[in-house]
Design a protein. Structure first.
Length: 271
């Protein structure tokens, strides 16, 4: 069978007993990076005196070779203990893994997904935004109109929205947020569960004054839900389902969300 295993996002102590057991009993380990998984196993051996099967087989499986690898798979491959482990966190959350699950569903292969460490949910709870609804936006596009449209979509989703961002683009994101929504409250979590974990809360301009020059590390950004102009029974999705020109859809959506009509139209062009 296949077992998807979440791995610690920073603190090795967050690994579960079930994850350790699955790793130790695996015949073949599919890894986002074999070096990272081997290092994890080495730490488990040294720190927790864990015993692993001899001659475990490690295979690199990442976003660049996932499609080709799965096309060559046969169900017989899973007549052994196979695990998939991403570098850190839950497989399938901005990491490979979901295509493997889909393969198992389509081919009658037994699979399981273990619960565990996840930056998305950790940051959502730590943000303090009192809401039961949350939307995961993942990584924004790197640049251009696609990035601008995606950011506006996140800002106007109507939900507390969680983004992942690289340290190389965090300063850019804060500038964009300051320009688009200067009064919007946001929460930033840096290096979750690690030694230098830090939380920042406030507007984009306030946070720019708080963060130090060292932006290296993993960042999670949580955007407070935008207040709508009124309690509308019609949602954006309801409008998008109507057979209307994009410009008309944009005007209607701007009426119920308060989003700039032109910006909304640009965003809809990229949906």
């Amino acid at each position: 069978m296949l077992t998807l295993i979440p791995t610690p996002i920073g603190n090795i102590g967050d690994i579960s007993l079930r994850a350790i057991e699955a790793l130790s009993e695996a015949d073949t380990l599919l890894c986002e990076d074999t070096r990272v998984t081997k290092k994890l196993i080495q730490i488990l051996e040294e720190r927790y005196n864990t015993s692993f099967k001899e001659e475990q087989h490690f295979i690199s499986l990442h976003s660049h070779n996932e499609k080709e690898f799965i096309e060559k798979l046969t169900p017989a491959f899973f007549e052994q203990n196979v695990i998939y482990a991403s570098d850190a966190g839950m497989p399938g959350i901005s990491d490979p893994g979901q295509a493997l699950v889909k393969y198992c569903q389509d081919n009658g292969v037994k699979y399981d997904v273990l619960p565990g460490a996840n930056a998305l949910l950790t940051a959502f709870v730590a943000s303090g935004f009192v809401t039961t609804k949350m939307l995961f936006w993942g990584f924004l596009p790197h640049k251009g109109k696609e990035r601008a449209a995606s950011l506006l979509g996140a800002l106007n989703s109507g939900y507390t929205t969680v983004l992942y961002e690289s340290p190389h683009r965090l300063e850019k994101l804060l500038e964009e947020l300051s320009h688009e929504e200067p009064s919007r409250k946001i929460f930033l979590a840096k290096e979750l569960t690690k030694k230098y974990q830090k939380y920042y809360f406030g507007t984009a301009d306030e946070i720019k004054q708080k963060v130090d020059a060292n932006l290296r590390g993993e960042w999670v950004v949580v955007l407070e839900a935008k207040e709508t102009l009124g309690r509308s029974a019609i949602s954006q999705n309801d409008i998008l389902e109507l057979d209307l020109p994009k410009k008309v859809q944009a005007k209607l959506i701007s009426k119920i969300t308060g989003e700039n009509t032109k910006a909304c139209y640009e965003r809809l062009l990229h949906l």
